[in-house]
Unconditional design. Structure first.
Length: 356
């Protein structure tokens, strides 16, 4: 189901970017919320497995696409340039904060009542938001952007600006796709299995859940700080350090398969967690700045699709490798190779290596 959700998220991202560039944010965001609202209410009446796949996997995937990073980065790019990475990082850190708030709330509702009520409560919350988002927010002002940015984005007579076809002829475009795809594949090969991994190597379920929750906090902090660090130290330097940290975290997990040391677990959480969310805002910022223009959301939507497809592939591959080998070592080894592949465009693609 999680792979279906990620695939739907990825497949629809290019279409979301195209629709955003054509009709603007009001109907993109309100349609996305309405889609998730309907999915939760329908999920409250689940009776068959295929309904779970369709409502929670498919419809929620489409809803998240319509309200996620593609339209968000396109809107933010209309307001910021010099501090675009910082702005995107702060905005996207809301996803981590939301996880910290709503996952315990959902668990409380399921534990004290049942999962059907949990879906209804979440659906009801979204139902309240739909008319607010559709009719009460100043979307025209949001979409217009900062006056200076809007003026700079206007095309001169005879200029066509960036189109998807032009973007796909550049090495930078495919370099960003490579970063997104292989990073997501590596990360989701690991993180989807983490709680089960911690329990399997010998930690208690409460310790495993606490470690995973701490990773969520670290991830929110890393997303929020990604823009500040990249603005200060540079994109390539920041990304390189985070890839090294991610690989080091995976190496610690590999050591945990031999000895379940609490010290190694305590070491793993900050090293891996503080690197988790850094690459997404940086790739979004580079795409928004390099391909600025009327088709920025369409172009970024296709780049982001590689991230979601990689996440779906990684989450499925992690489970398959565990089932085929009877352990997690093969999955960790493959994930570390993918981390290396993901990092290479920032050193091999001149436009990325020298991007400022």
């Amino acid at each position: 189901m999680y792979s279906i959700y990620l695939l739907m998220h990825g497949v629809t991202s290019p279409l979301v970017g195209l629709v955003f560039d054509r009709v603007g944010p009001r109907w993109v965001y309100s349609t996305g919320l309405a889609c998730m609202c309907a999915a939760f209410f329908l999920a409250a009446g689940l009776a068959n497995l295929w309904q779970f796949y369709l409502f929670v996997g498919g419809m929620v995937g489409v809803g998240v696409s319509l309200t996620g990073m593609v339209p968000g980065s396109a809107l933010i790019a209309r307001w910021y340039r010099e501090r675009l990475s910082s702005a995107i990082g702060i905005a996207f850190s809301a996803a981590g904060v939301g996880t910290i708030i709503f996952v315990p709330l959902t668990q409380y509702l399921v534990g004290h009542y049942d999962w059907r009520l949990a879906y209804r409560v979440l659906g009801g919350a979204l139902l309240v938001l739909v008319p607010i988002v559709a009719f009460m927010l100043p979307w025209q002002r949001f979409y217009a952007g900062h006056p200076e940015r809007a003026q700079a984005a206007k095309l001169k007579p005879g200029e066509d600006g960036w189109t998807l076809r032009k973007a796909m002829r550049t090495r930078l475009y495919w370099g960003l796709c490579q970063v997104f795809f292989f990073t997501a594949t590596a990360m989701f090969t690991v993180i989807v299995q983490l709680v089960a991994f911690f329990v399997d190597v010998g930690f208690s379920p409460i310790t495993a859940a606490s470690a995973y929750g701490a990773l969520g906090l670290m991830s929110a902090a890393s997303v929020m700080g990604s823009g500040f660090t990249s603005d200060r130290f540079g994109y390539r330097q920041t990304v390189t350090v985070t890839f090294i940290g991610t690989a080091a975290g995976m190496a610690i997990l590999l050591l945990l398969t031999f000895v379940a040391s609490p010290l190694l677990l305590v070491l793993f959480v900050p090293i891996f967690g503080l690197c988790m969310g850094v690459r997404g805002p940086i790739v979004s910022s580079i795409s928004a700045r390099y391909f600025a223009g009327p088709n920025v959301a369409t172009i970024y939507g296709t780049i982001y699709a590689s991230n979601a497809v990689g996440a779906a592939f990684g989450s499925l591959m992690g489970g398959l490798l565990h089932d085929l080998t009877g352990g997690y070592r093969a999955g960790l080894a493959v994930a570390m190779v993918f981390v290396v592949i993901a990092s290479t465009p920032f050193w091999s693609v001149p436009a990325l290596r020298n991007f400022r």
